[in-house]
Design a protein around this ligand. Sequence first.
Ligand code: 5GP
Ligand code: ZN
Length: 115
Amino acid sequence: MEDCIFCKIAAREIPATVIYEDDDVLAFEDLNPQTPVHVLLIPKQHYHSLSDDIPPEVLGKLFARVRTVAELMGVDERGYRVIVNKGDDGRQTVFHLHIHILGGATMPISMGPAD
Ligand code: 5GP
Ligand code: ZN
């Protein structure tokens, strides 16, 4: 999709530190990491958000690769947090579906609303 930053990363039109790639998905480091390990995992095909009509096999392939990324980043054993933001309340800022994989530190207990 035109003017989508993650489509451009998938097309290698703008640079990113790629962690994993196959025919369907791409994983790359977040530009503004919130934790020592912060990787974004995307379907190469453009979907706006989790509310799109996404074929179950696309979601399956995407989520199946979380473990692959975690292993490559060395956080699979100690654990990690997975976040998918959706819309304004979810604080989604890039409207190409993506999974945040956060690790390398113990996450805060709270996942509630901002103060
Ligand atoms: P969201 O808030 O939409 O769930 O997360 C978007 C994420 O994309 C943010 O964590 C932000 O740091 C990251 N991001 C935004 N632009 C770029 C970019 O050009 N390259 C990379 N690698 N990450 C980006
Ligand atoms: Zn896109």
